[in-house]
Ligand binder design. Structure first.
Ligand code: GN1
Ligand code: MG
Length: 361
């Protein structure tokens, strides 16, 4: 992906010069995003080049987005957050294909004041988690069969473990050799995969639920003037899944004292107050509909998601970085170790705090 918007697309947006009207928004490991001013709309729009190596059927993203947006529109009076409206281009299509076959879309930009800081307060974290819980609540109104599974097996831990094992046999030999210790640590935790299998096998206790599946800080707009979540973004992976995904991703991205890019391993630790605030906030929304088993198994959410993210990063490293955008050669290696240390910190935290017994091999 490069940072140039094709001229015919600029014309379609009635924009004369990219530098004057469009500003690249950094971050995001998958798609490329700009904020643009266009005479087509009286407000700025978010322009996105969809990564079609990953999302092979971009029309499915648009379809899902429109269904979720409609659901939000019908419920908005009872909801505290916004969803950005998917917007048509001047030819009334929601998707634009450039000459290289790349897919582009636009959506509403939601104005907000401020953003969540590096060290959010417990009250802010409670609010974020309550809000993602409310999103899950709203999503109960969506007919599960009307959404496309935009990425098959996305949070399927069994599938991610299999991809990891395949990468160990088919991937970059030098990288695999170098990662012997991490492979050992991840294999030692294979029983997490068995716990996940048990969930899949118990649909009464663990029903399929529509989840966001990327509930991290970067995917929300937080307004510091109201101390409320202004909007929930990036609905590309909102599809049926299990109860643990969104809470797990929030713990992964917000309960640590450092972020996903941090490479000084000694600093990686769980912030006990942040963890508690996320759990309380999510449960305050989820309790209304959660099953007894989902409540009883709530603390595994962060463990399984961080474990899965570590498997995904190291798998991508073995496969020569074909999935995640990287800014330097060993970034996936660093990301994987970051997630491993975060996992270890969370395991220790939960062993001490709630006497969680780890199912280690
Ligand atoms: C990716 O969409 P983006 O860049 O925020 C990834 C998530 C990972 C995340 C790690 C479609 O998120 O699953 O958790 O990176 N999205 C996809 O930060 O794979
Ligand atoms: Mg995403």
């Amino acid at each position: 992906m490069n940072a140039t918007i094709p001229i015919p697309l600029l014309n379609c947006l009635q924009v004369k010069k990219q530098e004057e009207s469009c500003q690249l928004i950094p971050g995001g490991l998958i798609n490329q995003t700009w904020l643009c001013k266009t005479p087509l709309y009286p407000f700025p729009v978010v322009l996105q080049q969809i990564n079609t190596h990953i999302f092979k059927k971009p029309l499915e993203l648009i379809h899902n987005h429109r269904i979720i947006y409609e659901t939000w529109l019908n419920q908005q009076k009872t909801l505290t957050f916004k969803i950005a409206a998917p917007l048509p281009f001047s030819n009334s299509d929601y998707l634009y294909h450039d000459q290289l076959g790349q897919a582009w879309r636009i959506q509403e930009f939601i104005e907000h004041v401020g953003s969540i800081t590096k060290t959010p307060t417990s009250a802010q974290l409670y609010e974020v988690a309550r809000c993602f819980g409310e999103f899950g609540n709203m999503a109960q109104l969506i007919n599960k069969h009307s959404l496309y599974p935009t990425l098959e097996n996305f949070h399927n831990l069994r599938h991610r473990y299999q991809q990891f094992q395949t990468a160990i046999t088919t991937g970059n030999k030098v990288r695999i050799h170098e990662a012997a210790e991490l492979i050992k640590q991840l294999t030692h935790r294979v029983n997490y995969v068995k716990q996940f299998d048990a969930i899949v096998d118990s649909p009464v206790h663990f029903p399929l639920r529509v989840r966001h599946h990327d509930a991290k800080t970067a995917n929300l707009l937080f307004s510091t003037s109201t101390n409320r979540v202004a909007a929930i973004l990036d609905l590309d992976t909102t599809m049926p899944g299990y109860y643990f995904s969104d809470l797990g991703d929030m713990i992964r991205s917000m309960a640590g004292k450092t972020n996903e890019d941090h490479t000084t391993w000694e600093d990686i630790a769980i912030d006990a107050d942040a963890y508690a605030a996320l759990l309380d906030g999510y449960q305050s929304s989820m309790e209304k509909y959660a099953t007894a088993k989902e409540n009883a198994w709530i603390h595994w959410s962060g463990i399984w998601i961080i474990y899965m993210q570590c498997l995904r990063f190291i798998t991508d490293y073995f496969m020569n970085d074909c999935y995640y955008k990287t800014a330097y050669a060993r970034q996936n290696w660093d990301r994987a170790w970051n997630q491993y240390y975060l996992l270890k910190a969370l395991e220790e935290h939960l062993q001490q705090k709630i006497s969680l017994t780890l199912p280690l091999n």
